[in-house]
Design a protein around this ligand. Sequence first.
Ligand SMILES: Cc1cc2nc3c(=O)[nH]c(=O)nc-3n(C[C@H](O)[C@H](O)[C@H](O)COP(=O)(O)OP(=O)(O)OC[C@H]3O[C@@H](n4cnc5c(N)ncnc54)[C@H](O)[C@@H]3O)c2cc1C
Length: 651
Amino acid sequence: MTVNLDSSELLFTLGDPVADTKAPQVPIEQRWDDRRFHGKIVNPANRRKRSVIVVGTGLAGGSASATLGEAGYQVTTFCYQDSPRRAHSVAAQGGINAAKNYRNDGDSIQRLFYDTVKGGDYRSRESNVYRLAQVSVEIIDQCVAQGVPFARDYGGLLDTRSFGGVQVSRTFYARGQTGQQLLLGAYQALERQIAAGTVTMHTRHEMLELITSGGRARGIVVRDMVTGEIETHLADAVVLASGGYGNVFFLSTNAKGCNVTATWRAHRKGALFANPCYTQIHPTCIPVSGDHQSKLTLMSESLRNDGRVWVPKASGDTRAPGAIAEAERDYYLERIYPSFGNLVPRDIASRAAKNVCDEGRGVGPGGRGVYLDFADAITRLGRDAVEAKYGNLFEMYERITGEDPYQVPMRIYPAVHYTMGGLWVDYDLQSTIAGLFVIGEANFSDHGANRLGASALMQGLADGYFVLPNTIASYLAEAPHGDLDPADVDEAVRSVHQRIDQLLSIDGDRTPDSFHRELGHLMWEYCGMERTEAGLRKAIGEIRRLREEFWKRVKVSGTNEELNQVLEKAGRVADFLELAELMCIDALHREESCGGHFRAEHQTPDGEALRDDENFAYVAGWEFTGTGGKPVLHKEALEYEHLHMTQRSYK
Ligand SMILES: Cc1cc2nc3c(=O)[nH]c(=O)nc-3n(C[C@H](O)[C@H](O)[C@H](O)COP(=O)(O)OP(=O)(O)OC[C@H]3O[C@@H](n4cnc5c(N)ncnc54)[C@H](O)[C@@H]3O)c2cc1C
């Protein structure tokens, strides 16, 4: 049954504005120094009396735990994998940005700041992004000191390459395994603290609830995923570093386990969720090959340094790529965006790919693909040089598709990759719940409506190694924050038990996976690369219907007291079903196009995103009011004092 929402139904209410009060009112270059200078410090001898919970061991959580442990706090860290090293960060391929200007090609902190704000289509907070650019240079030094094997040039200096949306070469990399190498660095620092006794690590534990008391975050409820035991852990502060929620689309480039539960549970407890509809669709992924598929594979953006994107000029041209002469090819990114060419930002490259496919010029099965061709690069640089840069990516492509990209162009198509939205945080990375800090992809902070390539690793490590360890000290310096009401702990534990019992008792006839797949189809269709009012209203109705059905028909076999992956999955899908509605409401209310949020009703005559700065230059912070209820919108006005908001152009 199709449920269409009445177009007059008001889906949210407007609340008071929200503001960041932590960024000091001094010139932007001095803000971070000033914040650190005026922030409180916990005496080293007192640090062992202060405790912090960190949920997540990716680049953000791993680096934060290691640094807080090294500082002397009592840290308790959680992840749902069997090792911290398996966090999704391990999958990052292409690189990490830093304004080192090793190439002497005009880079600077100001330029990285500018590129990131512009890349995010002027929907991020200046103070945070400026600090990110400042801290970026320290990250590389830190990682080199840890032994991260960044690529080096012939003379032994660190090598860099270019990523989308910039005209300098500032991306540091370790072949196509940058995330893995960075994570090994963070992991060894973490292990050192585990051995030193400052960090207690709980693998295979899933946070299912946040404990708040007196308006502050005081702990979490977790499930031991092997025994099913429900445990509570308390601390002076809680840090969520639980990653992004791209898997709400079912098919994405994210690891299969990535989910929204940790941040969604915090949202339900009062933390504002910011810009949930800002999703990044990455232009270079291996196209979907059929209904059976459960995962998509990224081909790193670094490939666009040397690969050329094209489709046949004529629609319906099904000849093999080698049979299509140069004059019959359309290198459409180079044609439309001559300044940036194949290195336009992801949102722009993705939309352009969709447009040429919609025109019937797509290649491969179903016409949903474009070529990424290395023939010129191989002729110019030689196969060995191409292999040295991208060998593992080429190998991965061949293993998945059975085609040799040294011989025939890769076929690629956009896919869901990253979520710019997340829990709202201030300059201190503190959410709207006191004592709850959020770092890495889990927060909304730095990327506006579109993230530039190689800047997620930069942000995760900036947050974990440098920002949070300083800002959280001000909060911890004032701990303990009064007695914890045991009734609040009991209530949190009870709600976890209740939910598990409910999931196990329904005994319906549909798997959690089947609901997830259906939800993903809806989200991709109506809240994906292009959104319309009618589509979003339809999706909201359908999501509500699906959620209702879920709670009547989901089948969770087994029990709680065992390793039960169906139960784990069901809980995560239940949260995705709530998040999805909020994403659509956010996308519907934002009557403009910006970055990855493309509303078909709002575009320039040549099909680019058309922002409405007068009415929408704000962060949308959403307050939870109950499942299916009307969320409350709190706006954080975005003021651009240092950069001038202009129509983005990469032409
Ligand atoms: C294929 C791919 C390639 C990428 N390449 C790049 C790149 O080259 N450069 C770049 O800058 N970015 C890249 N990105 C993006 C980047 O990898 C991620 O944004 C980043 O690694 C996220 O790090 P994180 O620490 O925030 O979260 P994650 O690495 O996702 O870690 C999340 C952690 O939280 C834990 N967790 C989550 N929920 C719970 C819970 N309820 N209970 C307990 N533990 C929980 C998990 O166990 C995990 O340890 C890429 C992304 C993908 C998908």
